[in-house]
Design a protein around this ligand. Structure first.
Ligand code: HPA
Length: 234
């Protein structure tokens, strides 16, 4: 047990999928895993461990934003020894060619500030995905026919953003989408020598103002879980 995760030693798998929403963790575990068992419910941040094609997998909610994700990922890595950590989440599209429901594989994650900024200080560190996971995810996305984009994303600290000029610069510099967690995930994985990737579904669009209807969310999010699982065990 840790401060925020109630799982006993050995109840967390080496491979952990991290949706922001704990109810999405439950849905993904029930939909994709065999013998899924609840291993954490501290603060309602549900985590489940089961198997996928014979491989042990944990699906653990990370909450919204980098400070929340940082708590779970630190404990998963340092106390439970997690080796492969894949965020599965939603993002806002930032380029015209990126459409609602498309999948984004985040090669890099730009940020203004993350919980790691306190130690990186003046460095403009470039958080990046693990290459093997990224390559395998690209192949998996191709195999299942998901409309996929690979490139940089923006990990913002705010959902209700009052600095539209920052988004404009991100769009101008080719950033594909905005979310709120990947940069810290990549930084922690790099610090501890673990593998990380963010697989994202475009749920809304900053340029067109479109949003994914709620009834469509499940199917679109399913593609993302399938890609993450195939990449983890490729
Ligand atoms: N902004 C930040 N995070 C998000 C968004 C967004 O528009 N959509 C999904 N996650």
């Amino acid at each position: 047990m840790t401060i925020h995760i109630g799982a006993k030693p050995g109840e967390i798998a080496d491979t952990v999928l991290l949706p922001g929403d704990p109810y999405r963790a439950k849905w993904a575990a029930e939909t994709f895993l065999s013998d899924a068992r609840l291993v954490n419910d501290v603060r309602g941040m549900l985590g489940f461990t089961g198997t996928w094609n014979g491989h042990r997998v944990t699906i653990q909610g990370s909450g919204m934003g980098m400070p929340s994700l940082s708590i779970y990922v630190n404990e998963l890595i340092r106390d439970y020894g997690a080796k492969t950590l894949i965020r599965i989440g939603s993002c806002g599209g930032m380029q015209d060619r990126v459409k609602i429901r498309d999948v984004i594989l985040a090669m890099t994650a730009t940020t203004v500030s993350s919980p790691s900024s306190a130690i990186l200080r003046e460095l403009n560190y470039a958080p990046c995905a693990n290459w093997d996971l990224l390559k395998s995810a690209a192949e998996a996305a191709n195999d299942i026919g998901a409309n996929t984009h690979i490139g940089g994303i923006y990990s913002s600290d705010v959902f209700y953003d009052e600095r539209p000029d920052l988004n404009e610069q991100m769009v101008r510099h080719g950033i594909l989408g905005v979310e709120m967690e990947a940069a810290e995930l990549y930084t922690l994985a790099a610090r501890h020598g673990r593998r990380a990737l963010a697989v994202l579904t475009v749920s809304d669009h900053l340029i067109t103002g479109e949003a994914l209807p709620s009834e469509d969310r499940e199917r679109s999010f399913g593609d993302m879980v399938e890609i993450a699982l195939r990449a983890a065990f490729a």
